[in-house]
Design a protein around this ligand. Structure first.
Ligand code: FES
Length: 79
């Protein structure tokens, strides 16, 4: 399983004490799908049925995490 995630942010999220107080136990999102990035919000659950060897593209930053299977990822600057 591999996934392609589109993010529009161009800078970091500074995590401060207020974030930690608000979040309680902090889990950092590693799947790339959280709507509360960098914190895990449970969105990773939609990846549970991803299959090995399949490439997925998740569209949008909404709660639905619309997923598509894609055939390949092509880089325009590769030769
Ligand atoms: S690990 Fe990404 S939402 Fe939980």
């Amino acid at each position: 399983m591999t996934r392609e995630i589109t993010h529009e942010a161009t800078g970091p999220k500074i995590v401060d004490e207020d974030d930690i107080a608000e979040q309680g136990n902090v889990a950092i999102c590693m799947c790339g799908l959280s709507g509360n990035y960098p914190f895990c919000d449970g969105s990773h659950q939609v990846t549970a049925d991803e299959e090995d060897g399949t490439l997925y593209k998740y569209e949008g930053d909404d709660d639905e995490n619309v997923r598509h299977e894609i055939a390949e990822m092509v880089f325009t600057d590769s030769e």
